[in-house]
Every structure is written in C-alpha cells, then in structure tokens.
Design a protein around this ligand. Structure first.
Ligand SMILES: Cc1ncc(COP(=O)(O)O)c(C=O)c1O
Length: 429
C-alpha cells in the first residue's frame, strides 16, 4: 500500500470511517507530489513556471476566441483552466455556507468542506468506491432511482437490499427501515435515502425525520457502524408545510461516532443546470477531528483524480457567479413558485379522480415527480399513452407509472392527467 494511504488510514484509526472503508477506499490517497510541486512553483518560479499541463500565452491560458467570445461574462482563466481536483476553493466555501443557511441545524456542527463532483451521479459513485465493494449490502427503499443498480451493483458489486418504502398508513415504513438495518449481520451497514424521492416525490415529515434519527441512533448505540448517504438531488422543492425542509444529513452529521453521514447534493436540479455536471460530496461524523476530515477528503480527492481528474471549470465558475448574484434567491423563488403551482394543480386533479381504481397515486409532497400504482401492466399503459396519445411517461418495476409534472407547463397539466386517466380506463375498465 502507498505510504500516503497508510498515513491517511492511521489518521482515521478508531473511527467509523476506518471500519466502513472498502479495500479501494483504504488504498486511496492523493499524491503529495502534484500539489506540493505546483504550490512550490507558484511561490518560487518567478522566471518560468513549467509545471502545469496547460498551454499558456503570457499570464492567460491559450484559448480559441470562438469559445471565449461565447462566454462574455467570464475571464479566460475562469473558463479554460483546470479546476483543482476537489473543486474551486471559493465555490466549495460558498456552497458550504449555503448548505448551512438551507439547513440551520448544521450551524456550529463540524462537517467537511464539500468536494466538487461531476454531478450527483459521480458523487454517489465516489462514495460507493470508497465504502462499498463485493460482499457489502446497501439498504435502499424499494422506490429508488434506477441508476443505483448500475452504481452499487454493477460497478461496485455490492447488493442492494430494498425495503418497502411506504407503511400501510402511507408514511415511511420505519419498521422496515429498522429491520433491514438490524438484519445485516455484519458490524457495519450502509444505506442511501433520497428525499425528495425519485420516483415517488415523497419527503418525510418533521416527525418522520425524528423517527429515522431515533432508528439510526439506536442501531449505532448497539455498536453498528453506519454509512448513511443522503441523496439530496431535489433538495428544496418541498411543497407542504409539515414536510421537513432540512436534509437528513443535517440531523445526523453530529449524531453518533458510529454514523458516518455523507451528503450528496448539487446544482443539477437545485439550480436548474442539468448539463453543468456540478455536484458536491460532504462528510459529517460526530467527534471527527479536522485531521480526520482532511484524511477522508484526501481519499475522496484520490477517487476523483483517478476517475475524472477534476470537474468542469466553466460550470463551476458560472455557478459561483450565480451564487454571488444579488438576484439568485429571487430567481430561485420564482422557479419554485412555478413548480409548486404545477404540484398543486396535480393534487387538485387527483382529488377529482379519487373514486377510480385504475391509477392510485402514491403519497407525494415534493420534488419533480409523482407515481401511480397501476391496476394493470404499467409498461402496457406507457406504450398505449405513447402510441395513442403521444404522451411520454416512465413505467417502473411493472406496476408503477412515474409522471414528471416538473416538465409540463401549468396550462397543460390538466390535459395531461385527463389523458392518462382516460387511457388507463380504456385499458383496464
Ligand atoms: C435521485 C437522484 N439522484 C441523483 C441523480 C443524478 O444527478 P446528476 O444529474 O447531477 O448526476 C438523479 C438524476 O436524475 C436522481 O434522480
């Protein structure tokens, strides 16, 4: 094992993170050479700096005018240069400050500085690289984003252990969650929770969050080391008053020495920049020292460096500009209002159809989506809607149909849902 990895592992000795690391995670490190040599050159190489793998002209990076002219608001250095492996330092600091603003429970809690990943997908994979491998399990509610299968099962060869998301009474199946953790016979367990959930559009209430915290604490008290990943892709789109408006991460980042909390979030959906590929990965663990956070960050830099090297510089620069813009919050509030109006319209329409049994909506209160349980085959309905009505929806696991109301204008929501109910009636009534 590389001597830097050995050093990082020593720093993490005795922590939950050490137990939770995969073999790859144990081997990971960030080579000191690159950072040290560039930093040294920056200070001392006043004559010529020939360290970095970029072409330069004077103080600026070399660039094509046709590209530079397309992004008039940014300096050449903010468009063309490599970003640091963990991400632009200012963006990381600003995102952390924003995270605390959005999650006041994090005030005063020691967490890592977020690392920039190439979208949330990459962040989830980086966490999976560091903590999951063949023989491990990851607990997931049975309604989950399909890409988890490729990431956890195919790439990392871990097993997904699903538990039924909803209890009989419609809320989160807390018993199922606790049982799936206690059923794991190993001294460690991993779980990923995604709120607002894709595909159901459900987020827990404040009381449900309290119950989830109690479960995690109970399991941690029993000595189990827990990796809890919060996939906060749709964070902020909470449409009901009783819904918890903070990330689960905020409640568990300082909950227990045996719980390593990982927050995966980003601007993809939060800031409506799907193609930018800017996500963030942040750690929180009770009792962690700065040196221990630093060791985990260095290991994460290792998996980033060996996967994408570093993430898009122009996207990070544009995002930073937006976050610092005086109109940022107003712009976001305006977009939220538009999406909330669509959500409310969907609820209104569903109330009109409450006495039919072809399509039963699962509970939803947030995010981009809602999902129906279908009386018949969801794929049959999906194809029928496509062929007969020219309407695109997503069929999931045979009996669920997901509708992204986020992508349909308010004035068309009524027509969309009426067509979906009519089609289902034609097939199954
Ligand atoms: C639940 C969930 N997590 C993560 C992602 C990935 O986000 P990104 O596009 O930033 O990789 C998505 C995207 O659809 C998602 O639905």
């Amino acid at each position: 094992m590389n001597s830097i990895a050995v050093e990082l592992n020593q720093v993490l000795e005795g922590t939950a993170a050490q137990t939770l690391l995969s073999d790859l995670g144990k081997r990971m490190y960030f080579p000191k050479g690159i950072v040290a040599q560039s930093a040294e050159a920056k200070q001392k190489a006043t004559r010529f700096n020939a360290t970095v793998g970029m072409a330069k002209q004077g103080a600026d990076p070399m660039f094509l005018t046709s590209i530079n002219d397309s992004v008039p608001g940014l300096d050449a250095s903010d468009i063309f240069t490599y970003a640091p492996t963990p991400g632009d330092a200012k963006l990381r600091a600003v995102w952390k400050a924003e995270m605390i603003k959005k999650n006041p429970s994090l005030e005063g809690v020691s967490i890592s500085t977020p690392l920039v990943t190439s979208g949330l997908t990459h962040g989830i994979l980086m966490a999976a690289d560091l903590f999951l491998e063949k023989g491990d399990s990851i607990i997931v509610p049975d309604m989950f984003w399909g890409n988890y299968r490729l990431i956890f099962e195919e790439r990392r060869e871990a097993s997904i252990v699903p538990f039924p998301f909803f209890a009989e009474n419609g809320g989160i199946n807390l018993e199922g969650l606790e049982k799936s953790i206690s059923d794991i016979k190993s001294d460690k367990a991993a779980l990923i929770l995604n709120f607002p959930n894709n595909p159901t559009g459900y987020s827990p209430s404040v009381d449900e969050v309290k119950a989830i915290i109690a479960i995690l604490k109970r399991q941690a008290d029993l000595g189990k080391k827990l990796l809890v990943i919060s996939d906060d892709a749709y964070f902020g789109l909470f449409f009901e008053d009783e819904t918890s408006t903070e990330s689960l991460f905020a409640s568990i980042a300082d909950l227990h020495e045996n719980i390593l909390a990982v927050k995966i979030d980003g601007s993809t959906k939060e800031d409506f920049v799907w193609g930018f590929r800017v996500g963030f990965l942040t750690y929180g663990c009770k009792g962690f020292t700065d040196a221990q956070y630093d060791a985990l960050v260095k290991k994460t830099m290792g998996v980033i460096r060996s996967s994408v090297s570093n993430c898009s510089r122009p996207a990070q620069s544009l995002l930073l500009k937006a976050l610092e813009s005086p109109s940022y919050y107003d712009e976001k509030a305006a977009s939220f209002k538009i999406l909330k109006a669509r959500y409310e319209k969907v609820k209104e329409i569903l109330a009109e159809y409450s006495d039919q049994d072809t399509l039963i909506p699962l509970p939803f209160n947030s995010g981009y989506f809602m999902t129906f349980i279908c009386k018949g085959d969801a794929e049959q309905l999906r194809l029928y809607l496509l062929e007969e009505y020219r309407i695109g929806t997503i069929a999931i696991q045979g009996s669920y149909l997901r509708i992204a109301f986020s992508s349909v204008d308010l004035e068309n929501v009524d027509e969309l849902y009426k067509a979906v109910f009519t089609a289902a009636g034609e097939l199954w009534n």
